[in-house]
Design a protein around this ligand. Sequence first.
Ligand code: PSU
Ligand code: MN
Length: 301
Amino acid sequence: MSVVAVSEEVRHALDHNIPVVALESTIIAHGLPRPSNVEAAQGWEAQIRSGGGVPATVAIIDGVPRVGLSESELELIAMTEVPKASVRDIPIVMGQGLSGATTVASTAFIAQAAGVRVFATGGLGGVHRGASESFDESADIPILATTPITVVSAGVKSILDIGATLERCETSSIPILGYQTTTFPAFWLRESPFALDWRVDSPEEVAAIMSSRDSLGLRSGLIVANPVPADQQWDPITHDRILAQALHEAHEAGIRGHDVTPFLLAFIQQNSAGESLKVNLDLVTNNVAVALAIATAWTKR
Ligand code: PSU
Ligand code: MN
């Protein structure tokens, strides 16, 4: 797709079978506080380079969807107010000549259009609690249903309806592979109450499954669910207490619809003395490592 601008570094890597890992920018612009967001984004890029790969951070800059950002483009996304752009927003942000931070859905869409096959993120969007009335479901799921990219994530946040999210993935024929686990992770925690049907233990297995999917002409994405290591997870008792408080406060304050998620996330961040943020940063770092291993195994096929 020629409207997508691919950086020289990413182009070179794709042409020479060097592992490439896509990274999203909504987590940088809206998911993490400044200035730890810039440091974290630069850190994940450095982590990929030092592991022999090439990072492909995706964003829309002045109307151009970009795969692989310069230092100043990364800073622009991190330090200025830019809209969160999912797939429905891409043509608007482009047409208006604006800049935007890409979600899992739009990062997957743009990266895949450039030929990138593996993507590391923190948490996926999913079905919100109360979605049977609000219809609030992330576009991440329907877009991954038709976008052949492998996304490494630590599951979804417990502020979502995890069971409904898993059902939606099944209906949408998006395979979920537990990475060295048979339990779907809940972002800050290693385990949600939900079991997974499939487990893999190595990056080579994921690459083999990607290959099988391609050979069938399937266009679905693949979710690799990678739990945060046990010694890095949030203390489950503290997590449950603060989540319950956050849900209670949101209810008491009459917060509804699209305001619920930002309210809950802000509450959790403000009331966890930096703990939830630390886990968030650590789990992305772990996902980047697994994504790089998968991208490396993919280049060997
Ligand atoms: N989950 C997180 N942190 C995030 C997001 C999800 O724990 O920053 C971001 C991702 O970019 C994801 C998007 O793709 O939110 C989903 O938003 P929505 O529900 O509006 O589609
Ligand atoms: Mn939504």
